[in-house]
Design a protein around this ligand. Structure first.
Ligand code: PPS
Length: 200
């Protein structure tokens, strides 16, 4: 039987990932921030990107709302759509890693299986899972976009933490307690990790 991938062959380009990394003077990887809405994923990913850019590293940031307005327009928040959202983001992140870039991603990515799948398409050490940990109570108290309020009133369904599950990472590379330490200190911890692993 013939399917859509039958006559497709992966090409290895002449310029390799290793060569791109050499040229940039650092490794490439995905720094995958996961956590509840309002936990601080975007804030931390942004601050990390700024810090790395200041240190002359080549970075890119893939962020929840922006990706959902473009590449993943049309996907909602059912389990199936979130799965597809994360799958596509994983593939895009992998392309950035191939391009030699340190890519930070900020998505709730509530399902362990989906995060593990992204880890699975990358090479060892290229997937750095960062759990931005913050209690639901605190996130709900922050409610920067007023979404928890809408979720509680039933105006939004399938809302993570309220009416849709969040599966905590089991062995993340890093846990950042966003309600205990400052953004700068937490960014330090990520940068130190990258240095310790000789990525930068
Ligand atoms: S997921 O679960 O990884 O596919 O979600 P993600 O792509 O990160 O999108 C999360 C942002 O979408 C807004 N939003 C919702 N989040 C959770 N549940 C529901 N039902 C929902 N509806 C809209 C919300 O602004 C999330 O942004 P963050 O930055 O996480 O607060």
């Amino acid at each position: 039987t013939t399917n859509h991938t039958t006559n497709l062959y992966y090409h290895q380009s002449e310029v390799t990932k290793q060569l791109r990394q050499q040229q940039k003077g650092h490794k490439s990887a995905v720094i995958w921030f996961t956590g509840l809405s309002g936990a601080g994923k975007s804030t931390l990913a942004n601050a990390l990107e700024q810090r790395l850019t200041t240190e002359q590293k080549h970075t890119y940031l893939l962020d929840g709302d922006n990706v959902r307005l473009g590449l993943n327009k049309g996907l909602g928040f059912s389990e199936e759509d979130r799965k597809e959202n994360i799958r596509r983001i994983g593939e895009v992140a992998k392309l950035f890693v191939d391009a030699g870039i340190l890519v930070a991603t900020a998505f709730i990515s509530p399902f362990k299986e989906d995060r593990d799948s992204v880890r699975g398409i990358l090479e060892d050490g290229e997937f750095i899972e960062v759990y931005v940990r913050c209690s639901l109570e605190k996130c709900e108290q922050r409610d920067p976009k007023g979404l928890y309020k809408k979720a509680r009133s039933g105006e939004i369904s399938d809302f993570t933490g309220i009416s849709s599950p969040y599966e905590e990472p089991v062995h993340p590379e890093l846990i950042l307690d966003s309600d205990k330490e400052s953004v700068e200190d937490l960014v330090d911890r990520v940068v130190n990790y990258l240095k310790k692993k000789n990525m930068i």
